[in-house]
Design a protein around this ligand. Structure first.
Ligand code: SF4
Ligand code: SF4
Length: 343
């Protein structure tokens, strides 16, 4: 939630924005308009990456204000296909795949069947898996410019998960974790279970199965999802996991604080040209390549869909993070590293 009391109108948020990159005076002026509720091009042009929430030196959460104004003004417009895509998520058939007693519960959200050959192998054996619209977290609706829909559905989402009766629930999708760790606090919703990020699950699994791990000795570029801006503290666990499996996270411009959105939203915004979208995606890929990476590692299935082929064409083998761990465990990947076998 935007905290107006903390905002000093310094303009840093819109100056450091990797997409808008306004000069100082313009940044201050346009942010003041956002506060006052006056029209500003920011609402139509912001790509909803949430990075400015981290750039604000006062912790005022400027993106949350921008997102509210996007909804109020209706100026942030996605193509019809993407709008329908978002609507379809909550209607997806739900399913509980019962696992073995005593084994963890994992929420796959609406991503369980999106990428073939990803939810398989020993990491997932015996887990109780939750799939479908009942377990959709709605956090991604920040990218539809409709934050009120996230809030309106938060309690139902938590209640559906709570019905499982588990003390802990592993979040397969980064958005799910951001919702349960960050947004529900803002909405003052009590959680009757503890959310565990899949990165933490993987780190602990690797530690417990250290004798099975064969270090990969691979240089990787990491594609950070936008939702990680809300739970950045887990980045140290990610570094630990990479070290345990012998994956060297290359130092590059577009990682950690400097990470770029995968480009999926630009591709859906009616006021962004294909050329601009392509240029955005490729500067991320080329940054990874130039930093010496051999592979690109993803946490979010949506980032994979937008970047895996482009990365592969530049010699970067794509992996969803669990498949990279499976590789270190000596497993065969039936559908490549990220749900698609490249010939
Ligand atoms: S959310 Fe991203 S694109 Fe939008 S203003 Fe903030 S940093 Fe810029
Ligand atoms: S939200 Fe933060 S970064 Fe943006 S103008 Fe206010 S204080 Fe500065």
């Amino acid at each position: 939630m935007f905290d107006k009391e903390k905002c000093t109108l310094c303009g840093e948020c819109l100056m450091k924005c990797p997409y808008l990159a306004y000069p100082e005076e313009k940044a201050k002026k346009e942010f003041k308009k956002l506060i006052d509720g006056d029209p500003t091009p920011v609402t139509a042009d912001c790509i909803t990456c949430a990075a400015c929430n981290m750039f604000c030196p006062e912790g005022a959460n400027p993106f949350d204000l921008i997102n509210d104004r996007q909804e109020e003004t209706g100026t942030f417009i996605l193509n019809e296909q993407t709008q329908n895509f978002f609507k379809a998520f909550s209607r997806m058939k739900s399913e509980i795949i019962e696992g073995e007693p005593g084994k963890p519960v994992m929420n796959l959200c609406i991503f369980g069947d999106m990428l073939p050959g990803v939810i398989e192998g020993q990491l997932f054996e015996g887990l109780t898996l939750l799939k479908g619209g009942d377990y959709f977290d709605y956090f991604g609706l920040i990218h539809a410019g409709t934050p009120s829909v996230i809030k309106d559905n938060a309690q139902t989402f938590v209640d559906n998960l709570a019905k499982i009766g588990a003390k802990e629930i592993i979040c397969y999708h980064d958005d799910c974790y951001a919702m349960l760790v960050n947004k529900v606090k803002e909405y003052k919703i009590a959680l009757p279970f503890k959310p565990i990020h899949i990165i933490e699950y993987l780190r602990d699994y690797v530690k417990e199965h250290e004798n099975q791990i064969k270090k990969l000795n691979i240089k990787i570029a990491y594609q950070q999802p936008c939702a990680s801006r809300y739970t950045f503290e887990k980045d140290t666990i990610l570094d630990e996991l990479f070290e345990l499996i012998g994956a060297e996270r290359v130092n590059r411009k577009y990682d950690r604080l400097g990470a770029l959105c995968c480009g999926g939203i630009q591709g859906s915004m009616v006021n962004v040209s294909k050329e601009v979208e392509e240029e955005w995606r490729m500067k991320n890929i080329m940054d990874a390549k130039d930093a010496g990476a051999e592979a690109m590692v993803f946490l979010c299935p949506m980032c994979i869909l937008g970047l895996r082929s482009r990365g592969k064409a530049q010699g970067l083998e794509p992996y969803i993070i669990s498949n990279l761990v499976r590789l270190a465990l000596g497993e065969k990947l039936t559908h490549g590293g990220a749900g698609k076998v490249f010939e």
